[in-house]
Design a binder for this molecule. Structure first.
Ligand SMILES: C[S@@+](CC[C@H](N)C(=O)[O-])C[C@H]1O[C@@H](n2cnc3c(N)ncnc32)[C@H](O)[C@@H]1O
Length: 225
């Protein structure tokens, strides 16, 4: 098993990956809508600034992904309508998974209790998970505890990434996460014996992620001996 995390813009880093070398993408890009600038809330139209980025990113995904490989992209209700048509140009959208956070988040107009996960494939795919699996996943989100703070404001539960990885890849496969944050996908890869390639542009989060992945590797090695 290999785990390679780079403190780098994924658009740059992906250029080094070989064609057809990735079996699965599990990633959680910044949602970007709802951010504020000078106290002014962003709008849906602001996402157009990101269109060139996504065109380049998905071009790379298509180059590095094997035929039939599966893709999971975390998103929210505002970003989904923007991402869908771009994604559809490159891949086959298969479903929209509703992740029930099992927790109440802030929200003026109905409290938020879910996020969305786009599920797509690189061309034709064979289902690799049970036919009884549903598209609503109930997994408790990471919450701020008094003593143990979240490692990243958007930290995802390891269990969520493990589910995507186990459903859509085999042991020894290679999983790519272009927006690694605190390294949750990397930790899930270590736990499930997959190879991991990740990129995180922010040095602080890269450091957190690298430490977390190293600890997960040490823990796994200890459990094996
Ligand atoms: C939503 S967070 C991911 C959180 C992660 N799933 C976790 O559990 O910690 C998205 C991350 O993408 C990083 N990012 C944004 N643009 C990037 C780029 N072009 N290349 C690599 N990382 C990027 C941000 O710094 C941020 O940490």
């Amino acid at each position: 098993m290999t785990c390679q995390l780079y403190n780098e813009d994924c658009l740059e880093g992906m250029k080094r990956l070989a064609d057809n070398s990735v079996d699965l993408i599990v990633t959680d890009p910044p949602f970007a809508v709802g951010l504020t600038s000078n106290g002014i809330r962003g709008t849906y139209e602001d996402l157009n600034l990101l269109r060139p980025f996504w065109e380049l990113c998905l071009t790379e995904w298509r180059r590095v992904l094997k035929d039939g490989a599966q893709i999971y992209v975390n998103t929210d209700w505002r970003t989904y309508p923007f991402l869908y048509p771009i994604l559809q140009k490159f891949f086959v959208p298969r479903n929209l998974i509703v992740w029930d956070l099992m927790w109440l988040k802030a929200g003026n107009f109905y409290r938020y209790t879910h996020e969305l996960i786009i599920f797509a494939s690189n061309g034709a795919m064979t289902r690799t998970f049970s036919p009884s699996e549903t598209d609503i996943w109930r997994i408790r989100c990471v919450i701020n505890r008094q003593q143990q703070k979240r490692r990243h404001p958007a930290e995802k539960p390891v269990e969520l990434c493990e589910k995507m990885i186990c459903n859509s890849s085999r042991e020894g496969d290679t999983v790519l996460d272009c927006f690694a944050g605190s390294g949750t996908t990397g930790v899930a890869c270590v736990n499930t014996n997959r190879n991991f390639v990740g990129f995180e542009i922010d040095e602080r989060f890269f450091t957190v992620a690298q430490k977390r992945i190293d600890e997960a590797i040490a823990q796994r090695e200890q459990s094996l001996f």
